[in-house]
Design a protein around this ligand. Sequence first.
Ligand code: BTN
Length: 237
Amino acid sequence: MIGEEIEVLYEVDSTNEFLKRNYKSFHDGAIVVAIKQTAGKGRMGRTWYSPEGGLWYSVLFKPKVHLNLHVYTKIFSIAIVEVLRKLKVKAYIKWPNDIYYNGKKVAGILSEAVSVNDRVIAIIVGIGINVNNDIPEDLKDIAISLKDILKKKVKITYLLDTVNKHAWNLLITYRNETENITKLWKKYLVPKEGDKLKVKVDDQIVEGTVLKIGDDTLYIDVGGKVIGVQSIHQIVE
Ligand code: BTN
């Protein structure tokens, strides 16, 4: 189960970093929730703004057989989107795994592996959801909170519980058929195959058409040449 063991911290640098330091003291499926983070981390070394009112937590996985990191990330992105849709928030996944509503980011996921002597011994999936927190003025064009979408506050414990239960169900249902996780993820994913988009590659913005979506690569036709776009690249439009 996810969240049977739970540690709630009032303030921490980052729940991912906390679990990286303390993973030995927790069991598989344990979660660490913070009321606020002082050094929340986003993907690609970005800062994740995490004041009181949001849902900031990390899940620890220590299974005997590890699934690929992207599988855990996809499971949580699907779980968050499906839980939000039940709340009548038409969320979608912006490639690779950002949760968006109407062009603005509602939630993000940062999955990290802990390795010892090149062997993965734990996986940490960090989840950040803008729930009842205010979005600062300079981020209002790109981010939004659930309370501003729904015009009312959302119970954080309800969200935590339902996302974890749903992620667990997805994990036990599909762990031996991860191609079905990819299929489900693609259902909520933007862009879709055939869409046109602009991507920043090596500081250059290139425009192309999505030919194929792989597990962690977008194959784009740029003027007859196929380029593979990975999550370190940025989709501009
Ligand atoms: C992203 O979209 O860039 C990923 C954001 C992940 C934020 C969460 S909040 C809980 C956990 N602790 C962190 O420092 N980051 C993740």
